[in-house]
Design a protein around this ligand. Structure first.
Ligand code: GLP
Length: 255
């Protein structure tokens, strides 16, 4: 696991965008796994900037998003499809038909079939070249909450109390936060050929330290990334501050 520490959010966003940009440049037909949440917003802004400057071409890129709330139509203001359109896809030359976000508008009885089809679509596309991840305050990746099997696949999941509380800021009240979601599994995520995990801010510091330096356990889903051979964790100094090796790492990385 490679750890990169930068001083500011802007710098981690640029570092993450440059990894994405290298892949898309080297392999125009690259398959990207994308994440929502506030963390990757800066990276998306940076990718849009690179595209506008003519330094990136997404015309042959395929994307698969990690997750979507169940019960939200694609055009709901809080749907992850809408988030991706507004924060990335509408601003670059990607073919929307090659962008995939699980369908949160399905009735519960159709979700299993949809999840199998989502996995099949990833396989047909040749697998994910680069998966971008954030981390939840409880250590979740995508919506794989604590306790999710490390071998889990795309499926219907129940959101954890902490996730519902964390996400309540986007809704008028906590009651409106969806209780279920469709999420790629940890096993699905670990099949990506390369993974980057981005985290910023002091709030993420305890869970980042647990995921990177604690035991590999389903109690901290992000700790599963330690079983993968090509992972880069990109942190600002606040998110890295509780790592045991922080003084050493900060010396190496922060000029
Ligand atoms: C959400 C998403 C995750 C994301 C996480 C962190 O619930 N399902 O993919 O990584 O929460 O969000 P944020 O980046 O806003 O802290």
């Amino acid at each position: 696991m490679k750890i990169v520490i930068k001083k500011t959010y802007r710098e981690i966003s640029q570092a993450a965008a440059s990894i994405v940009s290298d892949i898309v440049t080297q392999k125009p037909t690259a398959v990207l796994g994308l994440a929502t949440g506030s963390t990757p917003l800066g990276m998306y802004e940076e990718l849009i900037r690179l595209y506008r400057e003519g330094r990136l071409d997404f015309s042959r890129t395929t994307t698969f998003n990690l997750d979507e709330y169940l019960g939200l139509a694609a055009d709901h203001p809080q749907s992850y499809r809408r988030f991706m359109d507004e924060n990335l896809f509408d601003h670059i030359n990607i073919n929307k038909e090659r962008t995939h976000v699980p369908d949160g508008s399905l009735s519960a009885d159709r979700v299993d079939e949809h999840c199998e089809e989502y996995e099949a679509a990833i396989r047909r596309a040749g697998g994910i070249d680069l998966q971008v991840l954030g981390i939840g305050g409880n250590g979740h990746i995508a919506f794989n909450e604590p306790g999710s099997p490390l071998s889990s696949r795309t499926r219907l999941v129940a959101l954890d109390e902490q996730t519902i509380k964390d996400n309540a800021r986007f809704y008028d009240s906590e009651d409106e936060v969806p209780r279920f979601a469709i999420s790629m599994g940890i096993g699905t995520i670990l099949e990506a050929r390369e993974i980057i995990l981005i985290a910023n801010g002091a709030k993420k510091a305890p869970v980042v330290a647990e995921a990177i330096e604690g035991e590999v356990t389903s109690r901290v889903p992000a700790s599963a990334l330690r079983m993968h051979s090509n992972v880069t964790v990109i942190l600002d100094k606040e998110a890295a501050s509780l790592l045991k090796d922080f003084p050493l790492l900060a010396n190496q990385h922060i000029q």
